[in-house]
Design a protein around this ligand. Structure first.
Ligand code: PEP
Ligand code: MN
Length: 294
């Protein structure tokens, strides 16, 4: 470890977080740059919009392989899909578990896209880590401290990425402390994703919070993404919300994608978050727009 890194790792007394703070690193102090790293060859850095896309949940092999191909061809950087799903109701589809992870691994073989998938249970970090390139920590677990510690340790040891989603009603300090738990275990490839706050005037599922993205960008050098799908719950608002996140200087987007002819039910289960999945043709169109904007 370099002397500078060692000095950085000395947390000044009284700070709740430091390792992830912009002010802790000389190179990030007077700018809005982010850390840069590679996930399975894919570069993550502040100067390019990172797009992570895929089905909310892995429902079947056919569905996942088709969506993986769609998002790859459209230019996405990583494939995201849930095999272990946090569902409000115990009666809702809970994910395919390890079978889902195997399907994701097969999709990676076909497309080369790194896999992002959620882990909810500290006991499953080892298993999920064998398949995932990036371990996602969901909104409801942002302050699950034992999970943060396990994921942080695993990511550090196996050089994995971590995608930390903001909680349902987060304070800036809480988000950065959660990221600090990961960094304190040695994880370096950490990304944070704003997924909307859980207040709403009635029509949307949550409320996107682009100004929070901006605040996070100023407070930390970690890359910050926005999730236009979970923050709105409505596919009609996904492109516009993505634009708002990018205007707030988000470093990337996490987008749910469905096939153009996606059935509402697959293998007897309602498709997870169907209403917020951007249909393939529109996803392609939006990616094209992003490319043209450079
Ligand atoms: C998800 O990303 O699939 C998810 C469940 O989102 P969140 O944790 O933000 O609710
Ligand atoms: Mn979802």
């Amino acid at each position: 470890m370099s002397l500078e890194r060692e000095l950085t790792n000395l947390v000044p007394e009284g700070k709740d977080y430091w390792l992830v703070a912009r002010e802790s690193r000389k190179e990030f102090r007077d700018n809005l740059e982010t850390s840069s790293f590679r996930i399975r060859g894919v570069e993550v850095h502040g100067n390019k919009t990172l797009v992570i896309a895929g089905p909310c949940a892995v429902h079947s092999r056919e569905q996942t392989l088709e969506i993986a191909k769609i998002v790859k061809e459209a230019g996405a950087d990583m494939l995201r899909g849930g095999a272990y799903k946090p569902r409000t109701s115990p009666y809702a589809f809970q994910g395919l578990g390890e079978e889902g992870l195997k399907i994701l691994a097969e999709a990676r073989e076909h497309t080369g896209l790194p896999i992002v998938t959620e882990v909810m249970d500290p006991r499953l970090v080892e298993l999920i880590g064998q398949y995932a390139d990036v371990l996602q920590i969901g909104a409801r677990n942002m302050q699950n401290f034992p999970l943060l510690v396990e994921v942080g340790k695993y990511a550090a040891k196996h050089d994995k990425g971590v995608l930390l989603k903001t909680s349902l009603m987060p304070k800036l300090n809480e988000v950065l402390c959660a990221a600090e738990y990961l960094a304190n275990e040695g994880a370096e490839k950490i990304m944070i994703c704003e997924r909307g706050i859980s207040v709403t005037t009635g029509s949307t599922r949550n409320t996107p919070h682009p100004s929070f993205v901006r605040e996070l960008r100023q407070a930390t050098f970690l890359p910050i993404l926005g999730d236009p799908s979970h923050s709105t719950g409505n596919r009609e608002l996904v492109e516009h919300t993505s634009d708002m996140y990018l205007a707030a200087r988000a470093n990337g987007l996490l987008i749910d994608v469905v096939r153009d002819d996606e059935p509402e039910v697959i293998d007897g289960h309602k498709v997870c978050d169907y209403k917020q999945g951007l249909p393939a043709a529109r996803f392609k169109g939006y990616m094209e727009l992003l490319r043209r904007k450079g």
